[in-house]
Ligand binder design. Structure first.
Ligand code: HEC
Length: 151
């Protein structure tokens, strides 16, 4: 019974979200995804500087940034990358719409790897944090190589 109710709620939520996506103007979707990417990068940048040794390693700052990046990555990026929103104001490539499953699985990889980074960072093991940061970087780069136009 409880499972049944959960499925109904999930179905209702899906319907609501799908409707919201359909109503989003392309220029709003572009701004939204670029903003999300930028906020993720604002949090990832300082972690990268610590991993490279450009600034002193601070496990507390690292953990805060990892948690923020993980949280922001759960925003509705699938919706913001809706079909047909290639534009001169965007570096998103048309390949995204042709390879939707691959693109969405990369978004999942991003979320999984950032959540894992946040979890590891909460544990404070510096070497493990650096290793997992490397995994996150591969996910960013992998997707940008395939689906983002060079500047
Ligand atoms: C699933 C694919 C994907 C993943 C994973 C991904 N990105 Fe992006 N990113 C894009 C695409 C596509 C754009 C271009 C968006 C546009 O211009 O409409 C972009 C744009 C950006 C931008 C430029 C935003 C702007 O102001 O225009 C930054 C910065 C960025 N990504 C950082 C990151 C970082 C850091 C990570 C990893 C933590 C990451 N991205 C992971 C696909 C991805």
């Amino acid at each position: 019974m409880r499972t049944h109710r959960a499925i109904l709620i999930a179905a209702a939520l899906t319907a609501v979200t799908t409707a919201a996506w359909a109503q989003m103007k392309p220029e709003d979707a572009i701004k939204a995804r670029q903003s999300v990417m930028r906020v993720i990068a604002l949090n990832v940048g300082p972690m990268g500087a610590m991993v490279k040794g450009d600034v002193a390693f601070d496990a507390g700052v690292f953990a805060t940034n990892a948690a923020r990046a993980a949280s922001v990555s759960t925003m509705a990026l699938e919706a913001y990358f809706q079909e047909g929103t290639t534009s001169d104001d965007s570096r998103a490539m048309e390949e995204i719409w042709f390879n939707r499953d691959d693109f969405e699985s990369r978004l999942e990889d991003l979320r999984d790897n950032l959540a894992r980074l946040s979890e590891i960072a909460a544990g404070g093991d510096e070497a493990a944090m650096k290793d997992q940061f490397g995994e996150v970087g591969k996910v960013c780069k992998g997707c940008h190589d395939e689906y983002r136009e060079d500047e």
